[in-house]
Design a protein around this ligand. Structure first.
Ligand SMILES: C[S@@+](CC[C@H](N)C(=O)[O-])C[C@H]1O[C@@H](n2cnc3c(N)ncnc32)[C@H](O)[C@@H]1O
Length: 279
């Protein structure tokens, strides 16, 4: 399917604005809000397990293709991995660079587009986490996974994820939430109280695309900030992701529901995590 350059740019611009203007508070919440800290710990444990189980050689060099403010690259750098993070939003890269400096961590960080990477046979592991759902079109999803494949050395692994649209509970990625229409999430970190009101609007059941509209109020001792955003949200089924990964060149693909270390059938999983190896 052909996609107009303008439509892609409009979605990327909206996405960039969304991540840029909340980047500072988002980073503080990620580092201090207990639920986020716990999720981060769980994901890092999973990543190390996947590195040990699926790569054919010890993983040393890791590329995170939409690293945000760097929560995975910093966690992995602390465990001794050599990490590179790229993100489309320069404000997030800037925040990550400041954190690297503050914490004395050696991590390479660059602004860049996941669909236009120039690495070849360089990394033992590539991460594409919490990014596929917000890419503006099918072509970008395919290119991101192809760039990931190209960046890997033989025997290296790519880890990517998606929400399960058929999860029966409320989650940002479930049809249930789309039909319910509204989700409210509160988060607290020292000096911050964040309330997000998310509406999933104009769901297109043919393409599996909804519009995510959010009003995020952040109360701090200095004042109250209100952020409003609109982003495109794409729902993927298990088979969609498997087909994209196969088209990118991956043959060995394993799905781990909900970041659980033991892969098993779990139809009611909220999150689907895929580990694929370049053979
Ligand atoms: C939901 S955040 C996830 C960040 C990080 N992976 C994490 O798990 O915390 C999505 C990130 O994707 C970035 N992004 C969006 N489109 C991108 C693209 N085409 N190339 C690289 N990064 C992109 C955004 O700037 C944002 O930081």
């Amino acid at each position: 399917m052909k996609h107009s350059k303008n439509a892609r740019e409009t979605v990327l611009k909206a996405s960039r604005a969304y991540y840029a203007h909340r980047a500072y508070y988002e980073d503080l919440l990620v580092q201090h809000e207990p639920r986020y800290v716990e999720a981060n710990k769980r994901e890092l444990t999973f990543l190390e397990h996947a590195f040990r189980t699926h790569a054919t050689h010890p993983v040393k060099k890791v590329l995170d293709v939409a690293c945000g403010s760097g929560r995975h690259v910093f966690g992995l750098a602390k465990l001794g991995y050599e990490c590179t993070g790229i993100d489309y939003t320069p404000e997030r890269i800037q925040i990550a660079k400041e954190r690297a400096k503050r914490e004395g961590l050696s991590v390479k960080l660059h602004q860049g587009d996941a669909t236009l990477l120039n690495y070849e046979n360089e990394f033992d592991a590539v991460l594409a986490l919490y990014i596929l759902f917000l890419l503006p079109n099918d072509n970008d999803v395919q290119k991101t996974l192809e760039c990931g494949y190209r960046s890997l050395r033989e025997g290296g692994i790519l880890v990517c994820n998606a929400g399960n649209p058929f999860y029966p509970g409320t989650s940002w990625f479930s049809l249930q939430t789309i039909h319910k229409g509204l989700e409210v999430v509160e988060a607290r970190a020292p000096g911050i109280h964040s309330t997000e009101i998310v509406r999933l609007r104009n769901f297109d059941p043919l393409q599996g695309v909804a519009w995510w509209q959010e009003t995020n109020t952040i109360e701090t001792p200095e004042g109250i900030h209100v952020f409003r955003d609109r982003e495109r949200l794409r729902l993927f089924t298990y088979w969609d992701i498997v087909h994209y990964l196969q088209a990118a060149g991956f043959e060995e693909i394993k799905c781990y529901p909900d970041w659980e270390i033991n892969p098993r059938k779990k139809p009611k999983a909220e999150k689907l995590v895929f580990v694929s190896r370049k053979d």
